[in-house]
Design a protein around this ligand. Sequence first.
Ligand code: NAD
Ligand code: NAI
Ligand code: ISE
Length: 340
Amino acid sequence: MSLNIGVIGTGAIGQDHIRRCTKVLQGARVVAVNDINADHAANVVINQRLDAKVYENGHDLINAPEVDAVLVTSWGPSHEEFVLSAIQAGKPVFCEKPLAVTAEGCKRIVEAEARHGKRLVQVGFMRPYDRGYRALKAVIGSGQIGEPLMLHCAHRNPEVGDSYTTDMAITDTLIHEIDVLRWLLDDDYVSVQVVFPRKTSNALSHLKDPQIVLFETAKGTRIDVEIFVNCRYGYDIQCEVVGETGIARLPEPSSVQLRSAAKLSTEILTDWKQRFIDAYDVELQGFINDVLAGQLTGPSAWDGYAAAVTADACVAAQLSGEIVPVTLPARPGFYGNTAG
Ligand code: NAD
Ligand code: NAI
Ligand code: ISE
């Protein structure tokens, strides 16, 4: 059986997920697309030679009889209404991060899903599917470096567009670390502080870049994450775990070692689409398989909510400069009984 997918938002990641569903993954085809910019939607049908209907409105796409499941890849502030609409229609929905731009918005989604009585939402947190992070988690779990004491992380993009604002360093960029580090450590955040180093001359006047986010977890682990979205040199994700008896680092993406012109070098990626390309494939294939099997198991609306609660505290910490508590409500039984 093939799953008929409707895609709302045919920008960078929408096009990439459509390519993935059409050319890489098994068991699904894209039958409907929508974008607030009608040309984007029409172009993706032509460029990717889709047999798909273009809808003028995302809600009409969700309610279309030929659509079995929905991918929400429009920009963040529109996610909540489309996810709520999919839940209302009783259709499974894969929503790119952030699930909603506020914790309140995520809570409305969690409540609607609970009222429906069965999981319908998967959030596009792909890093727990990445082979490197999974290997790092296995090393921590094996006890080889003892208990994790400190993490030193970095999330660097070469550049960002004019519409990228200081709070988006949290809600759009750090949100990946917020999600994956909680999963990596099997721990929760209890407080956060944000400090601003000297500003790069490559950032626009409205944007504070770089930023350093300092977390403390319930187990007492300290985490520092550098967010630097105009670093120019590449797309670079770093994670180093300092344990009681050793240090474990996230593996670099594999690349040919080059000896040339009196230098030994390896390439650094520049495009986020390439850095986690396998993880995106695995997460979306997982969604398709789970929908066909009738039970979602990937990152849940609760994971989206937990990330948003943390992000809200980080944004408050950006504004105040103070140490801000992170308080997560207890996880409802509906989302399983594991911690967090
Ligand atoms: P983009 O600007 O390239 O594309 C967004 C598209 O959505 C645009 O074509 C826009 O016209 C359309 N759109 C906006 N509002 C809409 C609405 N109300 N209805 C229908 N279409 C609408 O952005 P992008 O880089 O593709 O990012 C889209 C989403 O994916 C964001 O939430 C972003 O955070 C997320 N994202 C996730 C990852 C990841 O690593 N998981 C990577 C990139 C982007
Ligand atoms: P697990 O059931 O052992 O749980 C891992 C822990 O992390 C749980 O406490 C859970 O609450 C938490 N968690 C899961 N997703 C999270 C998220 N997005 N944010 C924060 N915390 C999260 O799960 P396992 O096997 O370690 O899998 C982790 C992720 O990887 C899941 O999303 C799972 O669906 C996915 N996965 C994918 C596979 C694949 O090849 N498609 C294989 C195995 C797991
Ligand atoms: C983008 O939306 C992503 O999700 C990328 O993974 C991240 O690196 C980038 O900073 C975001 O803008």
